[in-house]
Ligand binder design. Structure first.
Ligand SMILES: [Zn+2]
Length: 402
C-alpha cells in the first residue's frame, strides 16, 4: 500500500480551519466517489477551498485510480463530507464517477486495504463502513455508486473479489444476448423499462427491441455498446441512477461538481459584484472581454455584462466569474469553441453548432447532427490520439480537437 502524506501540501483556507475531535469519537468510515471522471487530492482541495470556501479538502484519504493513496487530514480533523455525521466519520474518496465508470480492481483493492488498516487502528468493524448514501439524510445521493454490501463482503473475505463478480445463482446466466429467453431476460427487460429504456413487450425474449434498449442504455452509461449484457453492463444496470444529473449541492457535505472540477481555473481569482467592490487587472481583463467599461472595478455594469456573456455561452447565469466563466473567457480570447456538453450518438441524435465544430475539426461533412459517421470519425481520432476510444466527445477529446 503506497500512502503519500499530503497533509501539509494541499490547498488550505487562509483563515478557516476544521474543528478537531478525539479519536474515540470516530464511529464510521464513509466511502465516497469523487463523481468526477478524473481528479486528484490537489484538485479537490482547490475546489473545496476556493469554490466552496471550506477550510480544506473534504476527505481524509483520496484513493487514486492507480491504487495510490493520498493522506489528506489527521484522523482527528472533522472535515465536511457527510453533513451531520462529519464528527463521527472518516472520509475516503475514490477518484472516479461510478455512475458511469467501473471501479477498477487495483483501486478497489487499495481502498479495501486502507479500510482494513483503519478498522484495525480505530477498533471498528466491517459494519461501521458505510457508503455516503447510507448515512442518515443521504438516501438520495448516488455516492459512491458501488454496491456497499459487496464492498463489505470483500472486507470480510480477507481476500479481494473483483467488483464485476456479480452473484450468479443457477437461474441467472452471466451473459445474456440476442436469442436468449427466460425469467432472467424478463427481469432484465423490467429493469431496462424502470430505467427509461423501453425494451417493448416484457416477454422474456431477448429480441431486437431488447438489443436496442440495451444498446441505448450502454451508450448513456458510457460503456461498450454491443447489445449484450455481460458483467460490465450488469454492474452498470444495478448502479445506474437515471436522475443523477439533478444532484443538488448540499454543502457542507457535497462532492465536487463534475463540470466545475474539470475546469478548475488555476490561480484565477473569483470575481463578483460585492461591496466593497473588487478591483484589479483581472477585473479589467474581464471587462475588456465582456465589453464593459474597463476601469478595473467590478461593479453592477460589469456584473450585467458578465451575465450576458454567460447566457450566450450556456453557462450558469450568476454574474460570478468562477473557473467555468474564466475558461470561457480564455476560449473567447483564442477564438476556440467552448465545451459545454458531452456529445455522443443518441436516439434521437444530438444536434447543434458544437456538433458542427467537431465535424469541421474532423474534416467530415458538417451537418451539425451527431450520427454514426461522426461517432466513427471520433473513434478514429481518439485512436490516433491514443486516448480512450469511446466515440464520445467529452472534455478530453474536445481539448484534443481544438
Ligand atoms: Zn459522497
Amino acid at each position: 500500500m503506497k500512502i503519500n502524506d499530503k497533509r501539509n501540501s494541499l490547498t488550505k483556507h487562509k483563515s478557516k480551519t476544521y474543528r478537531t475531535r478525539s479519536i474515540s469519537e470516530i464511529k464510521n468510515i464513509a466511502i465516497h466517489h469523487s463523481a468526477t471522471t478524473s481528479g486528484s487530492a490537489e484538485a479537490f482541495a482547490r475546489y473545496h477551498v476556493n469554490q466552496l470556501d471550506w477550510p480544506g479538502i473534504a476527505y481524509h484519504y483520496v484513493v487514486n485510480k492507480d491504487g495510490s493513496i493520498d493522506f489528506c487530514h489527521d484522523h482527528k480533523v472533522i472535515s465536511y463530507h457527510v453533513g451531520n455525521s462529519n464528527r463521527r466519520s472518516i472520509g475516503i474518496c475514490m477518484v472516479g464517477d461510478f455512475r458511469s465508470q467501473m471501479l477498477e480492481k487495483v483501486q478497489k483493492e487499495a481502498t479495501l486495504e486502507l479500510v482494513k488498516k483503519l478498522l484495525n487502528e480505530l477498533n471498528l468493524t466491517v459494519d461501521d463502513v458505510w457508503g455516503h448514501v447510507e448515512f442518515p439524510g443521504y438516501s438520495w445521493k448516488p455516492c459512491p455508486s458501488i454496491s456497499m454490501e459487496q464492498f463489505r463482503a470483500s472486507l470480510m473475505d480477507g481476500e479481494v473479489t473483483p467488483v464485476e463478480a456479480v452473484s450468479s445463482d443457477s437461474n441467472h446466466r452471466e451473459i445474456l444476448t440476442r436469442g436468449d429467453s427466460g425469467a432472467d431476460v424478463k427481469e432484465l427487460q423490467e429493469k431496462l423499462k424502470d430505467l427509461g429504456y423501453d425494451p417493448g413487450p416484457i416477454d422474456g425474449i431477448y429480441g431486437p427491441l431488447t438489443v436496442d434498449a440495451v444498446e441505448r442504455f450502454q451508450r448513456s452509461a458510457r460503456i461498450g455498446v454491443d447489445g449484450v449484457v455481460g458483467p460490465e453492463t450488469r454492474h452498470a444496470l444495478s448502479n445506474y441512477k437515471p436522475s443523477s444529473n439533478q444532484i443538488e449541492h448540499g454543502a457542507p457535505s457535497d462532492e465536487p461538481d463534475e463540470r466545475e472540477e474539470q475546469f478548475s481555473g488555476e490561480g484565477r481569482r473569483l470575481l463578483r459584484f460585492i461591496k466593497p467592490m473588487i478591483r484589479g487587472d483581472d477585473d479589467k481583463e474581464v471587462q475588456e472581454k465582456v465589453g464593459a467599461l474597463a476601469d478595473g472595478i467590478f461593479g453592477p455594469e460589469t456584473e450585467k455584462r458578465v451575465m450576458e456573456f454567460q447566457r450566450n455561452n450556456n453557462l450558469t447565469v450568476d454574474g460570478i466569474v468562477g473557473p467555468l466563466t474564466w475558461k470561457a473567457l480564455d476560449r473567447k480570447n483564442n477564438n476556440q469553441p467552448l465545451y459545454t456538453r458531452l456529445l455522443s450518438l443518441q436516439n434521437p441524435m444530438m444536434r447543434g453548432d458544437d456538433v458542427k465544430n467537431v465535424q469541421k475539426a474532423l474534416n467530415i461533412q458538417a451537418d451539425g447532427i451527431y450520427g454514426p459517421i461522426t461517432e466513427n470519425a471520433v473513434r478514429n481520432f481518439q485512436r490516433k490520439e491514443g486516448i480512450n476510444i469511446d466515440g464520445i466527445v467529452g472534455p478530453q477529446t474536445w481539448d484534443r480537437l481544438f
